[in-house]
Design a protein around this ligand. Sequence first.
Ligand code: SAH
Ligand code: SF4
Length: 363
Amino acid sequence: MINILELNTKELTKFIEKFGAKPYSARQILKWVYKFGQNDFNLMTDLAKSFRENLNHSAKVEVPTIQLDHLSFDGTRKWLFDVGTQNGIETVFIPEENRGTLCISSQVGCALECTFCSTGRQGFNRNLTSAEIIGQLWLANNKLREQENYKSLKNDERIITNVVMMGMGEPLTNYKHVVHALEMMLDDTVYGLSRRKVTLSTSGLVPAIDKLSLDCPVSLAISLHAPNDQLRNEIVPVNKKYPLDKLMASCSRYIERAPRDFVTFEYVMLEGINDSDEQAKELIKLIKDVPSKINLIPFNPFPKSGYKCSKKVVIKSFQKILMDAGIITTIRKTRGDDIDAACGQLVGQVKDKTKRTQRLQLV
Ligand code: SAH
Ligand code: SF4
């Protein structure tokens, strides 16, 4: 049984050839599956009956099952998906006035052990398949269309306009499946998202960043978090392998092929660790040759993290120093706080989440 979500347009066209089906039938199937969210071949009424029978016997549309589904008071919605491991994966939808962003996961856990990240603390379990990655979009899309405020939308009106690979996992260590899923997001017959509106966030795996710029350039975000190697070695340990001079050079190379003419640097604000005025000045020097924007992320605490979020005034002053040097710097708004959907809070304790689901019954 082949999962249709594993196949891009080319692969699906090839797969259905054996039933004597023409390429336009692949496009018909993709339209049913992705635009209408249909997973039952019997209901794909413009396909010949015998062809539908063949599909029933040889293919399926399979997505992870939803374990928990929370809607926050600010409209943020979070799903926990069962992927057959002890820990599920999480997907978060963040609605804003002119866009809807879906934050998706690429792995169960993460092996890179950044010290301030709860996913890193959890350790690594396994890579997601491309069907599990694109399946997060499929499910979110279907579920959002059932949500009261989106019910009246037509199928060709998008709810999810942007995708960020900022959920659980390091996407570039699951390269093959992630790139396959990215290509499907961009494919006009699948989701047709703009390259500019699909962002991959990485802790900085230099060879994979270079490879991505050739294979599938999308918008790039780098989890920087420290202005020098000494501190970054400590809090983002992958830095020991790919230190900052190499990382900065790869960012400059990436921009030459990227859909946007800048890289976003993410910088989590950790009290007394990386938030001093001197560190802001050091950061300016570090990134001076890379066209970039900075996104300051207030640290989201989790049990036994050992860190505190920087005070608001400190974050503001850090931002001002960067802005005065001409660097566009934003402070990330914390969304979905009441459902633990903020950055780095994507694991939590399942028991705790059960209580929350009872409060906001959605599943
Ligand atoms: N592995 C990738 C993508 C997932 S993490 C990466 O590291 O870029 C997405 C973002 O959330 C990263 O910038 C990460 O550093 C940040 N993050 C992790 N833990 C956090 C926390 N507790 N509070 C705030 N941001 C956090
Ligand atoms: Fe992995 Fe990213 Fe968390 Fe680091 S911040 S441990 S790379 S998920």
